[in-house]
Write a protein that binds this ligand. Structure first.
Ligand code: NI
Length: 182
């Protein structure tokens, strides 16, 4: 299988709002397989289709230790969010090597489609809840750096542009705490 190219901030294509999947067919299943492959290759724990320049509402996640618990969401929609918030250090495959603390609702309920195209619901808290919210943001063209101050975001943008110019961006992916890169 071929690894898909992951777009990097500040690429404007990451700002695209993804469209709903109309029909869960073989094409969608192939995209999901390729996204899992790419996510595992990039040592991430989550990936949104937007990040690989596919503007459909699809997310893949695996937060398990052994990388054997695949979770995918098609047309995910948040049904409810807890008032209680949780602050976690987040990273992103589209912002390689940068980690910042973001505060989000601690638990969520989402609706999604299964491979038969039927609507199901999923409840999540902790890391999984953070992951799902981070990825849904991607589908809406939003990045975790948008939650930071302008100063911090501009600093990260400048550093990434320089790393890319110097051909050093790829080496930053091999980071010890890659677990939080979503
Ligand atoms: Ni991300």
């Amino acid at each position: 299988m071929e690894k898909l190219e992951v777009l990097h901030f500040p690429d404007q294509r990451l700002r695209t709002k993804a469209k709903k999947v109309n029909k869960v067919d073989q094409n969608i299943k192939n995209i999901i397989d390729q996204m899992f492959f790419t996510m595992y290759e990039e040592k991430g724990i989550g990936l949104a289709a937007t990040q690989v320049n596919i503007h459909k509402r699809i997310i893949v996640i695996d937060i398990s230790e052994n990388k054997d618990e695949k979770i995918f969401l098609i047309n995910p929609e948040i049904i409810s969010l807890s008032n209680e918030m949780d602050s976690m250090e987040e990273g992103c495959l589209s912002v390689p090597g940068f980690y910042e603390t973001v505060s989000r609702p601690k638990s969520i309920k989402v609706s999604t489609l299964n491979l038969k195209g039927e609507e199901t619901q999923l409840e999540a808290d902790g890391l999984l809840a953070t992951c799902i919210q981070h990825e849904i943001d991607h589908l809406d063209g939003k990045l975790f750096v948008d939650y930071l101050s302008n100063l911090k975001r501009d600093r990260i943008e400048k550093k990434i542009i320089k790393l890319k110019k110097d051909g050093m961006l790829k080496s930053r992916k091999a980071t010890p705490n890659y677990k939080s890169a979503i």
